[in-house]
Design a protein around this ligand. Structure first.
Ligand SMILES: NC(=O)c1ccc[n+]([C@@H]2O[C@H](COP(=O)([O-])OP(=O)(O)OC[C@H]3O[C@@H](n4cnc5c(N)ncnc54)[C@H](OP(=O)(O)O)[C@@H]3O)[C@@H](O)[C@H]2O)c1
Length: 262
């Protein structure tokens, strides 16, 4: 199976890095030539969009949603001759929109990854149309294993999942930085504060994944009656932390839906 990546920025690059652990049969392209360095680093090929469209079996579409139409238009003829499997990661764009931009019906997987895919800790939801053959899907899923969690999800829910896991790393980094800033304000050196914050976030997530205990119960186990943690939690509640996080996911979801309507 030969893979192509049209667009190799933050997200395309992250998936490329992970996929490289399964195969080196990968060609990447971009407009500026910046992806050449990534290709050299990973020991894969750099090419142009036409070469990818005319030689690759599976083509990841990793450009921004508003650039997808213009990127696919010049490739319509060659795609029509070969009908390779397209894999779109564009926020908001539905499978039928990708087919419309490609100018024909063809096999399409729509996936929603996140950047921790680069280090094998990604969350990827995916759905696909009826033209994707079972053998091709299984082989894709096998090669994508180094990315992290791959979870099938109905297309109508992808925008909502994207608001959590697709965008979520950005929100996590802000929380991580804020935790560390708080500790720096209390006198902890910056580098230590960052490491403690990251390990605390990763450890808390791991505890949940391992025990599947309700987060409320896990939280209660940290809060001694009359202790300091419950006072910290009161400060979070007073500043509307939960409401802010929920609102953040809802706003992101609304924007994802808007992207699909353009
Ligand atoms: N970033 C995330 O965390 C995330 C998460 C989930 C989904 N996504 C989706 O992933 C897609 C890419 O996002 P990104 O954050 O990776 O964007 P990005 O960092 O801006 O990368 C976009 C890439 O597309 C290339 N490109 C644009 N037009 C092209 C064309 N006509 N031919 C070839 N390459 C072209 C750019 O090349 P140049 O640099 O040379 O212009 C760049 O390599 C988007 O659809 C987004 O919705 C992103």
């Amino acid at each position: 199976m030969k893979y192509g990546f049209i667009g190799c920025g933050n997200m395309g690059g992250a998936v490329t890095r992970a996929l490289c652990n399964s195969t080196k049969e990968i060609m990447v392209s971009d407009r500026s030539g910046k992806a050449k360095a990534l290709a050299a680093e990973l020991g894969i090929c750099y090419g142009d969009n036409q070469t990818i469209a005319s030689t690759c079996d599976v083509i990841f579409l990793c450009v921004k949603p508003h650039m997808m139409k213009d990127m696919l238009l010049p490739l319509q003829e060659i795609l029509g001759q070969r009908k390779p499997l397209l894999v779109s990661m564009a926020a908001g764009l539905r499978i039928q929109t990708i087919e419309a931009f490609a100018g024909m019906r063809l096999p399409v997987i729509r996936m929603m990854p996140n950047t921790p895919t680069a280090v094998g800790k990604g969350v990827i939801q995916y759905c696909y149309n009826e033209l994707v053959e079972e053998t091709a899907l299984q082989s894709w899923l096998r090669d994508m294993q180094p990315c992290g969690l791959l979870d099938p999800l109905e297309e109508r829910l992808i925008d909502a999942a994207s608001a959590l896991s697709g965008s979520g790393p950005a929100y996590m980094y802000v929380f991580l930085e804020a935790l560390a800033d708080g500790a720096v304000a209390c006198g902890i050196p910056r580098a230590k504060a960052m490491e403690y914050a990251a390990m605390t976030m990763a450890g808390a997530a791991e505890m949940y994944l391992h025990t599947k205990q309700h987060p409320g119960a896990l939280k209660d186990a940290v809060c001694s009656p009359g202790g300091s943690t419950i006072v910290g939690l009161r400060a979070l509640e007073q500043h509307g932390f939960r409401g802010a996080v929920m609102e953040c996911v809802l706003k992101t979801f609304e924007k994802n839906k808007e992207l699909g309507e353009q």
